[in-house]
Structure formats: C-alpha cells, structure tokens
Design a binder for this molecule. Sequence first.
Ligand SMILES: C[S@@+](CC[C@H](N)C(=O)[O-])C[C@H]1O[C@@H](n2cnc3c(N)ncnc32)[C@H](O)[C@@H]1O
Length: 357
Amino acid sequence: MWGGGDYSLHTIGAKHVIDNTGELALEALDAIDVAGQAGSFQLADFGAADGGTSIDLVRRIIGNVRARAPSRAICMTYTDLPRNDYSALFNLVHGGRPDVKSYLEEHDNVFVYASGTSFYLPIFPAQTLDFGFSATAMHWLSRLPGRITDHVHAVGASGEELEVIRGHALADWETILLNRALELKPGGRLVMSNFCIDEQGRYLGNTGGVNMFDTFNRLWRGLAEDGTISEAEYQITAFPQFYKTVEEYCAPLTDPGSVVHQAGLRLESAQTRVVPCPYAARFAEDANLERFAVSYVPTLRTWSETVFSNSLDAARPEQERRDIVERFYRSYVDLVRADPTGHAMDYVHIYMVVSKV
Ligand SMILES: C[S@@+](CC[C@H](N)C(=O)[O-])C[C@H]1O[C@@H](n2cnc3c(N)ncnc32)[C@H](O)[C@@H]1O
C-alpha cells in the first residue's frame, strides 16, 4: 500500500465500503453485553493501512460503546503488516491530518495501539477481543503458492495453476478464522467486508465494463512483447491475492464438520454488495475526461504498484525500475483517456457478521 497517508487520500471507494458496514457493525455490537462486563472493551481493525478509511466507523463503534458503558475504558488496536506506515496511522488518529477529524477529540478513556502482526498469526491473547472488524484486506494471501504464467491475477488463472491457488487460499481463510476464534471472547463479534466473486460472477473491476485485471495483464504483457521487461519478469508477476466465492467464504462457518465451526465461530449473516467506483460515478456526472483519467488510475496504483515493481529484476537500477512502472501506469492513463467507456473499479464485497459461541 502507499504510505505517508496517501492510501486513504486516494481510496475514497474503500471508505464508502467501510461506511457501508456501519449499520451491520452497530447491530452486531448490540448483541454484545457491553455494559455488563468488567475490564476494558477491546476493539480491533485487521489490515487497517493508515486508519483513514475506518476512522468514521471506529467513531460510531466507540460512540455506541461509550453510550452504553460510560465508564468502561476502550482499547482500539490497529493491525497490519510490519512494513505498514504506522507513523501515518498515528499521525492521522492523533489529529495530525487537517482533513480528518479523529474520534480521540470526542472521547476520553480511549486508548489507541497498533500491532504489526499478520492476521495469519495470533495477535491478541486468547479470549480477550470483544469486537473485530476488517475491510478489503483478507484477499491478500499469506504467500503466492505457485505461478500464474499467462495472467497477473488469480481471476485470470486456469487449470492446475488456479486449483493450487484456490487450495492455498481456502487454507489461508481457515487460518485467519481459527486465530480469530482463539482471540474472541465468548459472545464476541467479527464484522468483515472482503472482496469476493459474487453470485453473478462479478468481482473488483469486473462488473460488466472493461475488466481491470485483464487490462493490467494486457499492458504488462505489452511491455514484455516490446522488450521493456523480460519474459521471466512477466511470468513471475502475480498478485498474491484470491477472491473467494460466497460459498467458499461461508463454508467453514456453517459446516459443523469444519475446524472453524468446532472452534466456536458461527456465521450470523452474509450478503454481497457492489459499491460503485466513485471516480467513474463523478465522470458520469461531470464528463471531465482528463480528471477521470488522472484520478482513476492512481486509486488502482495505491494497492497494485508494489506487485509490479517487485516483479522487476532486482539487478535493475532503482531509477530504471521506477521508470518502467511509471511507463506502465502512464499507458493505463492513456488507454482511459483514449476511450473511457467501461473503465471503473466497482467494489464487489461480501459483508459477513460472525459470532463466537
Ligand atoms: C486495501 S488495504 C485496506 C485498508 C483498509 N482496511 C481499507 O479497507 O481501506 C489492505 C491492507 O491489508 C493489509 N494486509 C495485507 N495482508 C495482511 C496480513 N497478512 N496481515 C495484516 N494486514 C495485511 C495491507 O498491508 C493493507 O494495509
């Protein structure tokens, strides 16, 4: 992800997704006996990036807990990978961004922490977490288990290559859930919104118009064909991501034979929703092609750039790598500028509420 607070500045769509979970999160919170329990209320955001996209949801959750348990201390823990930009996160939460109003200004007895432990590992001691949420993060796999030779994403993989990634992704999902099953208090709740393949086969950037991942692939392939990057660099490029179907998301939580179910996690609800690409929506209103082309591609770039730049041979000088990546995204901007029809990164998510028995 981009650091320095740039992540949330360029991902207003991701914020819309989180704001969308507000009602679900408050309903899930209502099922917790917030006032009747001793000790602090432990709240977590798994895969928080710079915390900017979840700040208003956290405000609503804290407001709800505070109203029901006025004297209870609230601990908010942001979790992400070790390389996440935690300085940007703390700067934002502690009021250092003039464009963001932090909940810390509104409530006292609220304590903010961060953990750089992956959600593939235990993050909290057993049975200490009251409420966890996570948005748009758990499609990142623990690792890429194999190659995708003729595409850059699992959505374009096929045959044996696809099955290897699918098997790994399902095992990863089980690991995430088992760790949360350990951490949650009995009666605790998890609210998650994750990228999925919905009932109509739609997924991020593939909702009927131009397929975003096919576009990435075509432009990256083009750089291999014109000799800018090597065939080996093209072949090694793949997002360590997987978009599960609704059934794949729900099975471990509904099948009494699964280890996750046996560990006490239950599915309370699951629904899919499409959040329209805010950049395409604005373009539909103002028809400002230049603004669309130069704002749409950077939102894709926030989360995809590292995948392309890390696939380039480490022996290339730093500046050369930067130039190649720059040229790649410029070609995407040029493509949109030449014909904007159908370009949009609509967000396709599954929204799940999970309880611990
Ligand atoms: C697209 S961002 C989403 C950020 C924020 N939750 C949102 O919805 O706007 C995905 C985040 O997940 C984090 N992430 C990826 N793999 C992770 C892992 N194994 N453990 C914790 N965080 C992870 C990334 O570092 C990144 O900050």
